[in-house]
Design a protein around this ligand. Structure first.
Ligand SMILES: Nc1ncnc2c1ncn2[C@@H]1O[C@H](COP(=O)(O)OP(=O)(O)O)[C@@H](O)[C@H]1O
Ligand SMILES: [Mg+2]
Length: 231
């Protein structure tokens, strides 16, 4: 079997200290393989977002290890950490807003700006990503003027510009109506199928979880179920 792209061993994450300490993850071990689509489900407050943040190297665990392609990520700091995150991951998170007053294109090229990609190349790749999401005609519009579905498609375009290996999505369809949410889901699964991008999706939506290869259920900071989804 192939080596895992992410390997998590006994990860714990506590917030606060002393009497205020809260153990949000209490010993999570799992492996994720390249090309998988993985749903992380569980009740509100169960630790899903905390797990996603540590998997995506946005937050450090209190203890335990996270390996990315066999490399222990605790040794990554500062620039090396930012660079790894920026080139390997794409994010479709509700809290990573589009900048409302900026153009759609300026929003989409931001990860490339961070990566130090030159202006002409940024524009070329930004427009290619927008075309892929059928938003090329909105490139010059302000992000604030887009519909909910168009905003989420712009967020996906932004997640794609650095050619990520893994897309992390936290409730990607949470704020969308059913049919718009369905379109956004279709796009994510098409990227998974056609480009082999690994999907890690936090969701309350069991229908979305059922479309993934694998469903991991979290309760009170522990994995209580991890199984392949029947096709
Ligand atoms: N920064 C924080 N400080 C203190 N407690 C937190 C913080 N972030 C999350 N928590 C707590 O950790 C638990 C898990 O949160 P979270 O991972 O956001 O759950 P979920 O995404 O499953 O709703 C919750 O009880 C939450 O209140
Ligand atoms: Mg959450």
């Amino acid at each position: 079997m192939k080596a895992p792209i992410i390997s998590v061993t006994d990860v714990r994450k506590s917030y606060g200290r002393g009497a205020n300490r809260f153990d949000a993850l209490r010993g999570v071990t799992l492996e994720i393989f390249e090309g998988e689509s993985v749903a992380i489900v569980g009740k509100s407050g169960s630790g899903k977002s905390t797990l996603m943040h540590v998997l995506a190297l946005l937050d450090q665990p209190t203890s335990g290890s996270i390996e990315l392609e066999g490399v222990d990520t605790t040794t990554l700091r500062g620039r090396a950490l930012n660079r790894t995150r920026n080139k390997t991951f794409g994010f479709v998170f509700q809290q990573f807003f589009l900048t409302a007053g900026s153009s759609v294109l300026d929003n989409v090229v931001l990860p490339m700006k961070i990566a130090g990609v030159g202006r002409a190349e940024r524009k070329r790749r930004g427009m290619a990503a927008l075309s892929q999401l059928e938003l090329a005609d909105k490139a010059r519009n302000k992000a604030v003027d887009l519909s909910g579905g168009q905003k989420q498609r712009s967020v996906i375009a932004r997640a794609l510009v650095n050619d990520p290996r893994i897309i992390f999505a936290d409730e990607p369809t949470g704020n969308l109506d059913t049919s718009t949410g369905g379109v956004v889901e279709d796009i994510l699964f098409e990227l998974n199928r056609e480009k082999g991008i690994t999907l890690i999706i936090v969701t309350h939506d069991e229908d979305l979880a059922a479309r993934c290869d694998r469903r991991i259920q979290i309760r009170d900071g522990l994995i209580i179920d991890d199984e392949a989804v029947a096709a």
